[in-house]
Ligand binder design. Structure first.
Ligand code: GLY
Length: 316
């Protein structure tokens, strides 16, 4: 029996990309094409300063990009620390489809992109470079995850794609999950990592099982937010494994987020949101703290939604 297609993505900056990807998915297109198209459109948006071309650079002014795609444990691809090519999810898909490997890193990933004929591009937008130059005047404002001294605030979504880090840096990974008419689950995620990160730092987004996990038998999950919190607990894999053991997406996501809440000494900047989907298309999204929104496309159209639950609701 044909499945009812669905597309879910993180943060309201994905609203237009989801609306544009939806008609093809609705009309029988592939879910992998849909999640790639959503990530690619966000990667292309210079107004999004946490993903792709508009992403904020590392401490030394270099933008590096991470991304992955996944259909099942035997079909996944990933790239990290890409310096010269603007579409990490498309590159990750080529790793999946044209190599025997799962992950290519740094100069090797860029060389693979050259070999595949992908166009290179200068990755730092003028706006991102201007923000980096301003940041350099405040040397304690380092790394979203582990900085000391200056305390940045966590990202808060305006609901209209607006970038609302109160201190001027953008919010987080674009993650997309889809179910297509053939019943195939697919996922992708893409990020430029934390603002002004330590050079060489790679977060959860491109690591299979951390920022994304898809298993056709059990379901799919993907995480956005402070990568270090997700990496310590393999959160996407954790969610899918719970669903494999019979948990609902709600219970699986909330258990994973509560593990993060209880395991870490949370700081004001920390946020994690996780979205999950079952093989039948049941979905659930929750965030550690207020301020996160999802985008959903289904037969009712495309809309920005509040998370189904917030684990630490009192914090504004
Ligand atoms: N969640 C994206 C990152 O931490 O790099």
């Amino acid at each position: 029996m044909a499945a009812s297609p669905k597309l879910v993505s993180t943060w309201s900056f994905a609203e237009r990309p989801c609306a544009e990807a939806w008609p093809a998915l609705r009309d029988g297109g592939s879910g992998l094409d849909a999640v790639e198209a959503v990530c690619r459109a966000v990667e292309d948006d210079p107004g999004v300063d946490s993903v792709g071309f508009g992403g904020l650079p590392d401490r030394d002014g270099a933008v590096t990009l991470d991304g992955c795609v996944m259909l099942d444990p035997c079909r996944c691809g990933s790239v990290c620390a890409v310096e010269r090519h603007p579409y990490p999810v498309s590159l990750a898909r080529l790793v999946m489809e044209r190599t025997p490997h799962v992950m290519l890193a740094g100069p090797g990933a860029d060389r693979f992109a050259d070999e595949q004929g992908l166009a290179e591009a200068a990755l730092c937008s003028e706006e991102a470079r201007a923000k980096w130059l301003r940041w350099k005047q405040r040397p304690h404002d380092v790394d979203q995850s582990r900085d000391a001294g200056y305390v940045p605030r966590r990202p808060v979504d305006s609901g209209t794609g607006g970038v609302l880090y109160p201190d001027g840096s953008g919010h987080d990974t674009v993650c997309a999950l889809s179910l297509d008419r053939s019943g195939t689950l697919a996922g992708a995620c893409s990020t430029s990592g934390t603002p002004y990160k330590t050079p060489g730092r790679v977060g959860d987004a491109p690591i299979i099982g951390h920022g994304l996990y898809v298993d056709p038998e059990a379901g799919a999950a993907t995480a956005t937010g402070t990568g270090e919190l997700v990496m310590g607990l393999c959160s996407s894999f954790h969610v899918v494994e719970q669903m494999r053991c019979g948990a609902s997406p709600r219970d699986a996501v909330l258990t994973a987020l509560r593990r993060i809440r209880d395991a870490f000494d949370l700081r004001p900047v920390h946020q994690v949101a996780i979205i999950a989907m079952t093989p039948g298309g049941e979905r659930f999204a929750a965030a550690l703290r207020p301020g996160y929104k999802s985008v959903v496309s289904d037969e009712s159209g495309t809309r920005v939604e509040e998370p189904d639950e917030v684990v630490i609701p009192g914090e504004r």
